[in-house]
Design a protein around this ligand. Structure first.
Ligand code: AMP
Length: 423
């Protein structure tokens, strides 16, 4: 019987070393930048209870209604997390992190990790994908929204992705949104037959979500629908204009779109998305907003929240090709003959202890094969170890870019490689 051929599941991907190196670059840029803004990392489990998401993201949302990986484990209904705001808020409540919040000093958390949604895979859309996200818990001030969006803007700039369009809107709150919802429902009622199949279902559960429809005909029809901004109460209106003013102060370019809503139930007031033309059909690079009722809905005190999540796969599609390349190997040690293998490994050990990256074979190989392998590792130097080198303690050292060759003892060799300006 033929051995079956195993492949990664549809909608999941392997990151081979070259790509993993670019991911690590993005992740370390995020770690470093978030720390500058006082954010601390939180890592929560990939497995959560299903109820956490029906309660927060909403049972009628596309994510919960259609895209969850759920299963029964013993007597628990569990799922793979489809997003990470609800898990972070769960942890915030569970560990009483709200005790650390003081006026003006919210809890600032961030995460990087995999999420799971059973969607139809295509370019930029996977079933296991990754997000970098931040959550600010305990600040209702518009400045919290603006500063966090400034952080986001900085992240994209550091990654060489400066030309996305940040679109912002306010979706109101529990005070003013019901009136808009009613008005929209009244407007939709005589027109439902003209909507796409999804919207015919959506509009009954949550009419606002119809505004989020990507179907062209629906979008054209909805251009005439009542506008959210005309229904905002004064506190929501004031909050939103203060956010936009603070964004201007921070120099964060943005555009207001009164039709922008988000597909998750927990958002209130500020919502935003950033899309990028180069991403094609899956153009949304990131999204987020304010969720002032979520902590309470998940059993905590009345603590407001604000956050964003960036899709890492989509970010990687936009990352300039020269960023995040794997580091070059410092030295390829080249034993000349079987007797030199031991000495080559002793030298490799010394150099590695000094913090250098070193390539050395495990078995004697022809010189040509060793030089080709050194080239693939983009080694800067080749260090030859033969009988003479072992006797004199001096090695032939070749700069693999310039071809220049020297004979150096070990301290001089170390100084040469460590002082190399290409490191
Ligand atoms: P959402 O919470 O759905 O707005 O997702 C936030 C961001 O995560 C999106 O803007 C995408 O960049 C990314 N994202 C969401 N779903 C997927 C997916 N299935 N595959 C890849 N990235 C995704």
């Amino acid at each position: 019987m033929a051995t079956p051929r195993y492949t990664a599941l549809r909608g999941t991907r392997d990151l081979l070393p070259e790509e993993a190196s670019r991911w690590r670059f993005v992740e370390s840029t995020a770690h470093e930048l978030f720390a500058r803004f006082g954010f601390e990392e939180i890592r929560t489990p990939v497995l959560e209870s299903l109820e956490l998401f029906t309660r927060s993201v909403g049972a009628a949302s596309d994510i919960v209604a259609k895209q969850m990986y759920t299963f029964q484990a013993g007597d628990e209904a569990v799922c793979l997390r489809p997003e990470n705001t609800a898990p972070v808020v769960r942890a915030f409540v569970e560990h009483a992190l709200y005790r650390r919040v003081a006026a003006g000093f919210p809890e600032r958390l961030y995460y990087i990790g995999p999420m799971f949604r059973h969607e139809r895979p295509q370019k930029g859309r996977y079933r296991q994908f990754h997000q970098i996200g931040v959550e600010v818990l305990g600040a209702e001030e518009p400045l919290a929204d603006a500063e966090t969006l400034h952080l986001l803007d900085q992240l994209l700039r550091h990654l060489g992705i400066p030309d996305g369009v940040l679109v912002v809107n306010s979706v109101g709150d529990a005070n003013c949104r019901p009136a808009y919802r009613d008005a929209l429902l009244r407007w939709l009622e005589p027109r439902t037959a003209q909507l796409c199949e999804d919207c015919q279902r959506r509009h009954r559960d949550n009419p606002l979500r119809v505004l989020d429809c990507k179907v062209e005909a629906d979008r054209a029809l909805l251009a005439e629908a009542p506008r959210l901004d005309e229904y905002l109460c004064t506190p929501c209106r004031d909050h939103f204009s203060a956010v936009c003013r603070a964004l201007d102060d921070y120099g964060v370019a943005h555009r207001i779109d009164a039709r922008l809503v988000r597909g998750l139930d927990y958002y209130e007031r500020t919502v935003f998305e950033l899309s990028h033309a180069d991403l094609g059909a899956q153009s949304a690079l990131l999204g987020g907003g304010r969720y002032d009722g979520l902590v309470q809905a998940l059993g905590g005190p009345a603590v407001p929240g604000f956050g964003f999540a960036v899709g890492l796969e989509r970010l990687m599609l936009l990352l300039p090709p020269d960023l995040g390349q794997a580091h070059r190997t410092d030295a390829a040690i080249i034993p000349l003959g079987a007797e030199a293998l031991h000495g080559a490994h002793r030298l490799a050990d010394h150099l590695r202890r000094e913090g250098l990256s070193v390539l050395v074979p495990l078995t004697p190989r022809p010189l040509g094969a060793q030089l080709r392998r050194a080239d693939r590792s983009r080694a800067r130097f080749a260090v030859f170890v033969g009988g003479a080198e072992q006797a004199t303690g001096k090695f032939g050292v070749k700069d693999l870019d310039s071809g220049e060759q020297q004979t150096l003892d070990e301290p001089a060799l170390l100084a040469q490689i460590k002082g190399d300006p290409r490191r």
